[in-house]
Structure formats: C-alpha cells, structure tokens
Design a protein around this ligand. Structure first.
Ligand code: ADP
Ligand code: MG
Ligand code: MG
Length: 210
C-alpha cells in the first residue's frame, strides 16, 4: 500500500473543498482568540492551490508539494501563510523525484514539514498551535512503523492523534501567535490552526482509504 501521486493531488483538491465548507467554522474559532480570518485564509490559500493543480499534475510529489507551499506562502497573509507554506516546502524537500510514498516516507515528509514550522515559528509542544497536532500525528506514524502496521491503519491512528491534539489545545494557554496576546483568556478555546491541520490529516486518511 502506497500513497500515490494521485492521492496527493486528490488530497489537495479535497482540502480546497473542506476549507470552503469549514471556512466559517475556522473563522469563528479565530474570532474567539484571534482576528477572525483563519477560515478566510485557508479558503483563499487552497483555492489558489486547486487552481494550480492542472499545471502541476504531471510533476512528481515533491514538485506538487513545493508548488503548494509557494502558493500558500504568496496567497495567505498573517501567520498561517508562512507557516503552512514552510510546512509544504520543507515536506517537499525530502520526497524529491517520488511518484509514491510508503508509510516511512510519509512520516519523514510530515516530520520535515513540522520541523520547518518550528524553525519558522519556534512553537513548542503545548503552546497551542498547529504543532500540537502535527507532532502527535508524527508520533503516531512512528509508533505505527515500529509496530509494522499497514499504511491504512497507521493513517487511522494518525487521525486519532490529530483529533486528540486539537481537543488538547482547548485547555492550553497560547504562547505563540495572536492568541498569546490574550494570556490566560486564551484558555478554553480550540486553536484554529490546530483545527485546520487536523482537517488536512482527516482528509488524507479519507482519500487514501477510499
Ligand atoms: P493570523 O494569526 O496571522 O491571523 P491565522 O489566523 O491564519 O493567522 O492562523 C492562526 C494560527 O496559526 C493559530 O491558530 C496557530 O495554530 C498558528 N500559529 C500562530 N503562530 C504560530 C507559531 N509560531 N507556530 C506554529 N503555529 C502558529
Ligand atoms: Mg487570524
Ligand atoms: Mg490575520
């Protein structure tokens, strides 16, 4: 079982649809602890990514991921543009020339992505950011590799880790980004960026298991 290039393309298109459907929900989360634009940002960014797909679908996974990152970087303002942009660009860097990914390669790709986010945003685990989803997802992936689980089962565990990661952000006090300006008042709210990251992981699992 592999994640094929076609899965990656379908995933990005599915993300574009999800961020239409979830735009208002994500923006509402960002109204509570930010500046009420996260859904709009994700919607605009992935709309541009979806527009680019016809021109990159013959390329390898790395080029597709890199183009996605550069598109997000240039079309989303605010914190999440550079952070998600860096996620995809760094992820692209470890899958050069690949047309399909096994579980090890997928986890390596996501690890490079979240390391990129950290190099840019310096968030630690527990700071109430998207990293509170991506690190548990990577951990779940590595645990699945150790257990020798098949890709589909691994993705289920990664989704579960993402969902738990989002829930865990509710009780965290934000230490990075706009939400950190609220201090203790950021406690009790679900982080918007962690939520959009979870949606990406859920989408990948759905696409690959379809
Ligand atoms: P902005 O805050 O500039 O309006 P968005 O609303 O689009 O940008 O994105 C906010 C999300 O970005 C937060 O919910 C959080 O998950 C994420 N974020 C903010 N700062 C950081 C950081 N330093 N590292 C990782 N993620 C961050
Ligand atoms: Mg915002
Ligand atoms: Mg903003």
């Amino acid at each position: 079982m592999y994640i094929k290039k076609e899965h990656i393309l379908a995933w990005l298109k599915d993300c574009a649809e999800i961020f239409v459907e979830q735009r208002d929900f994500l923006t509402q989360l960002d109204t509570d602890i930010g500046d009420a634009d996260h859904g709009l940002n994700m919607n605009r960014g992935f709309e541009r990514v979806a527009e680019k797909i016809p021109s990159i679908e013959k390329q390898d996974i790395s080029t597709i991921m890199k183009t996605t990152g550069m598109t997000l970087l240039s079309s989303i303002g605010g914190a999440s543009g550079p952070l998600y942009g860096t996620f995809y660009i760094r992820a692209a860097g470890v899958v050069t020339g690949k047309e399909k990914l096994n579980l090890e390669e997928l986890v390596a790709m996501l690890t490079a992505g979240v390391e990129g986010v950290v190099s840019r945003g310096r968030a630690k685990i527990g700071d109430k950011t998207m990293c509170d989803v991506w690190w548990p997802v990577v951990d779940a992936g590595n645990a699945a590799i150790k257990l020798g689980l098949p890709l589909e089962k691994a993705l289920e565990l990664m989704v579960q880790a993402a969902e738990e990661g989002v829930i865990a952000t509710i009780e965290m006090q934000a230490k990075k980004g706009r939400a950190s300006y609220l201090g203790k008042r950021s406690i009790g709210h679900q982080d918007p960026g962690a939520t959009s990251s979870m949606m990406m992981v859920q989408s990948l699992q759905r696409i690959v298991s379809a």
